[in-house]
Design a protein around this ligand. Structure first.
Ligand code: PEP
Ligand code: MN
Length: 293
């Protein structure tokens, strides 16, 4: 029988040593994204559009999320779309826009990579590369990400167990890259009222089993703009080290995922509310340290 190195659920002990597992009294790993630390005392909010659509869309959204406390900018240039006829992203042109605005406003950027042949190119523009839910078990891609020198945001596969998720992260660590952030983004269940079922119990479980930082994506986790604020607060309350959420300057005109994207004002209001929850659990939002909100 195959022994699962991450299967600690039964007795709290790893069957065999693994790099992703938390060892007794091991400190949390802190991931450094060009100076922004994820996994320490402070909570980091990653915000931006689902996809980079245009210079105006990206720049207006980016400037606003920065002004209201985002610590990292998100935006997809290579989009994993269910239909091949849907917008696939601007590709390298999108990466260039991300890199320009990142330097202008001083926010690191995270963007998805889907193809082993593009890891080097994407990593040359981004401060952190994202491996999306659909690619969580793309083992050649995980290995390639493990060989690159940039931090990796690994999203939970929509059908993946916690053990499978941790083993996917193990592939990256095993190549010598321990700068990995785990992201709970909702799983498929029988429930259809939300896009996915956001498994917030994954947060304390992952924190218990692993030393890696854990963040939550309430946008893909629910698929509903109005639910993003409450699930964001809940995520912080259960111990998430950060959030990644979709924000768009005109969600009603977004090419993808507009229905789950906050507008700029909704993001501003959410950040004020989040800081209160963060303080209640003895933390703070990294960029709102001095703010009395
Ligand atoms: C995304 O964050 O842009 C995305 C496609 O998310 P997921 O991989 O979780 O579906
Ligand atoms: Mn999206």
């Amino acid at each position: 029988m195959e022994t699962n190195p991450c299967n600690n659920n039964v007795n709290g002990k790893s069957a065999i040593p693994s790099k992703v597992s938390r060892k007794p009294s091991q400190k949390d790993t802190i991931v450094n994204i060009n100076g922004v630390l994820v996994g320490g005392a402070e909570i980091v909010v990653i915000a931006g559009p689902c996809a980079v659509e245009s210079r105006e869309q990206l720049f207006e959204t980016a400037r606003s999320v920065k002004a209201h406390g985002a610590g990292i900018l998100r935006g997809g240039a290579f989009k994993p779309r269910s239909s091949p006829y849907n917008f696939q992203g601007l590709g390298e042109e999108g990466l260039k826009l991300l890199s320009i605005i990142s330097k202008e406003i001083g926010l690191p950027v995270v963007t998805e990579v889907m193809d082993t042949r593009q890891v080097e190119m994407v990593a040359s523009y981004a401060d952190m590369i994202q491996i999306g839910s659909r690619n969580m078990q793309n083992y050649p891609l995980l290995k390639e990400a493990g060989m690159c020198k940039k931090p990796v945001l690994l999203k939970r596969g929509m059908m993946a167990t916690i053990d499978e998720f941790l083993l996917a992260a193990e592939y990256i660590l095993n190549q010598g890259n321990d700068q990995v952030i785990l992201c709970e983004r909702g799983i498929r269940t029988f429930e259809t009222s939300t896009r996915n079922t956001l498994d917030l119990s994954a947060v304390p479980m992952l924190k218990r089993l692993s030393h890696l930082p854990v963040i939550v994506d309430p946008s893909h986790g629910t698929g509903l703009r109005w639910m993003v604020p409450s699930m964001s607060k809940a995520a912080i309350a259960v111990g998430a080290d950060g959030l990644i959420m979709e924000v768009h300057y005109k969600p009603e005109e977004a090419i993808c995922d507009g229905y789950q994207s906050l507008n700029l004002d909704e993001f501003r209001l959410l950040m004020a509310g989040l800081n209160k929850i963060a303080k209640a659990v003895g933390r703070g939002i990294s960029t709102l340290k001095a703010a009395h909100i």
